[in-house]
Ligand binder design. Structure first.
Ligand code: NAD
Ligand code: UFG
Length: 336
């Protein structure tokens, strides 16, 4: 199978390229490198001993997309490309709407014009808004509280409309919970620009001495220790979910929605403890106010992906922390 991976130089995309190549698929990556570096793709090729094709293309450039589809016959597209910082999306919503939504429309138009009708889209647990209970199944109501979340929700709706209009489309919506960790080799990993927004990269930068201390956003939530609970999933397990989705669903039409999580929640304090154990470093932290917009608890019911895709996670929290630390300690400055 020949797969087009948009945003393939990024964190989840690069790990997915490794799994695709190791499963014998041919990979073409497009990325505008706005939040990544081409170095990640060099390392993907080092890890796998296979080559992939890279084009620096922005999804907002329709003409380049058409040329790409003219030159290649793709079996499917995995669509990671997008902006993802929640806080920034509140500050510059139009940039998020243009990049994520217009980018997806351009991609789908190019796909339709060249009769490529299988797309796997990176959605997010953020589409469940503030869930009334946990674990969260795919049937839970959806909502969004910030422009980033709305782009995910709108894109899901746009893709569903596309299927209604033309039943030959095959749409796979993968709702990721909290991806963390890195490839075992330590050659690729998460490399956020500036100060990280997310918990795991923040902790690992405290451990490596780049940041002084972690702010724990609130300890008065109705959870076991008062701190926020999330479903952290190893990025390699997540990447494997994409391979399984392609294996099971290419050739089948419809709209298929799956949660990709472990089904187990960990609190912020539990993550700190696990990271201290994995790294042998002390994580200095300070309890501060809640972060606006945060929910207390969020974890997945991923039985549907298990049943229908034959996918399950294999890596637990200790491995997530060990692999994050391996990458961070080998590359304190990321890909720089
Ligand atoms: P990332 O920023 O590392 O990767 C996204 C890639 O897309 C980057 O390499 C960036 O340069 C590229 N890109 C952005 N806009 C583009 C455009 N217009 N044209 C071409 N390339 C463009 O992010 P990630 O963590 O790997 O996330 C991948 C996808 O998964 C995103 O859609 C994100 O919203 C989604 N997601 C991420 C998380 C998470 O916590 N990391 C959770 C749920 C969903
Ligand atoms: N947290 C801290 N301190 C920090 C960062 C986070 O205490 O410096 C806490 C948060 O309050 C939360 C937990 O750690 O309780 C996890 O926070 P993250 O920012 O790592 O992740 P979120 O669950 O808030 O959101 C992430 C992505 C969203 C995505 C969602 C579900 O940022 O884009 O996971 O996939 F939608």
């Amino acid at each position: 199978m020949k797969i087009l991976v948009t945003g393939g130089a990024g964190y989840i995309g690069s790990h997915t390229c490794v799994q695709l190549l190791e499963n014998g698929m041919d990979v073409v990556v497009i990325d505008n490198l706005s939040n990544s570096s081409e170095e990640s793709l060099k390392r993907v090729q080092e890890i796998t001993g296979r080559s992939l094709e890279f084009h620096k293309i922005d999804l907002l450039e329709r003409a380049w997309l058409d040329a790409l589809f003219r030159d290649h016959q793709f079996d499917a597209v995995i669509h990671f490309a997008g902006l993802k910082a929640v806080g920034e999306s509140v500050q510059i919503p139009l940039k998020y709407y243009r990049n994520n939504i217009t980018g997806t429309i351009n991609l789908c138009e190019a796909m339709a014009n060249h009769d490529v009708k299988t797309i796997v889209f990176s959605s997010s647990a953020t589409v469940y808004g503030e869930p009334e209970q946990v674990p969260i199944t795919e049937e839970f109501p959806t909502s969004a509280y910030n422009p980033y979340g709305r782009t995910k929700l709108f894109i899901e709706e746009i893709l569903k409309d596309l299927y209604v209009s033309d039943k030959r489309w095959n749409i796979v919506l993968l709702r990721y919970f909290n991806p963390v960790g890195a490839h075992k080799s330590g050659k690729i990993g998460e490399d956020p620009k500036g100060i990280p927004n997310n918990l795991m990269p923040f902790i690992s930068q405290v451990a490596v001495g780049k940041l002084k201390e972690l702010s724990v956003f609130g300890n008065d939530y109705p959870t076991s220790d008062g701190t926020g609970v999330r479903d952290y999933i190893h990025v390699v397990d997540l990447a494997n979910g994409h391979v399984k989705a392609l294996e099971k669903l290419v050739g089948k039409t419809g709209v298929h929605t799956y949660n990709l999580g472990t089904g187990r929640g960990y609190s912020v304090l539990e993550i700190i403890k696990a990271f201290e154990k994995a790294s042998g470093r002390k994580i200095n932290y300070n309890i501060t106010d809640r972060r606006p917009g945060d929910i207390a608890e969020c974890y997945a019911d991923s039985d549907k992906a298990h049943r229908e895709l034959n996918w399950k996670t294999e890596r637990g929290i200790d491995e997530m922390c060990t692999d994050t630390w391996h990458w961070q300690s080998m590359h304190p400055k990321g890909y720089e």
